[in-house]
Design a protein around this ligand. Sequence first.
Ligand code: RAM
Length: 328
Amino acid sequence: MKLLKLLATTTAVAVLLAAPAYAQTRIALVVKSLGNGFFDAANKGAQEAAAELGDVEVIYTGPTAATAEAQIEVVNSLIAQQVDAIAISANDPDALVPALQKAMERGIKVISWDSGVAPEGRQLHLNPSDIGLIGETIIKLAADYLPEGGDVAILSAASTATNQNAWIDAAKAAIPEKFPNINLVSVVYGDDDSVKSTDEAKGLIASYPDLKAIIAPTTVGVVAAAQVVTDQGLIGKVNVTGLALPSEFKQFIDNGASQAVALWNPIDLGYAAVMLANDLVEGGEAAPGATLSMGRMGELTLDDTNSGAMAPPFTFDKSNIEEFSKIY
Ligand code: RAM
């Protein structure tokens, strides 16, 4: 009996001593909403980063609908779980600030990626690409196929989404100088929800009979718009473009509903976000001018708002979408 007790105690001590070797850094990858192929691809990269780092666990989480209120609940639950870091793609730049500040007060490292949080609610922000470049790219994708110019409309994600709003502002700024014959007639919001995006695309077509292009800087909206154009027999009349995941969008390049779209590599983006969060957990400092590690994606140098950008977007058309559709 005594021997058994001794053995049990020894085993318990051995387990305790061994614990640091199994201790994991837990990084939560919080997305705008679950069920979005773009974020599933980002999670692939996030899991790759965790495997490469070895002692990191990535918790992939987010609400079912892309709202800030639902994300606040997710953040509060992660605070209760005492995760080490939160890497969030935000549905609103300001609404999440108090919850994320609470996380930081408890010692949790907080970064935003893809769609940013205001600087007071996070330590750093990772943009996929330069905001001005994305804004100009989404208009150019339409303008390239409209030599005579014409009416275009934007179908966005949530009306509060930081990333889409920044790109739309940049797009509006580029039009007068660089694309003077492009006439932006409307901006509508599909909330990264297929049903709402479909309704909004139908609304645009009904309201603007001369519409030449729908620009959707969201992977959910762009598929919905291309499906509407296909279903309504408008291929060749309304060109759909914007930011699309090749694996989801290839069919609409193939059928002619779209000539070309763009995107960065979402796998790399999720990977880089986890590497940056881990760098902070390991003692890295986020400050203007600081350089942090993105693992195989190189280093990120922070600007005066503690933001940085990963890489330029790629354009996908008939010549290359097949190849990329196999990757993401
Ligand atoms: C949707 C989301 C995401 C955005 C992509 C392009 O999946 O809104 O935030 O970066 O589109």
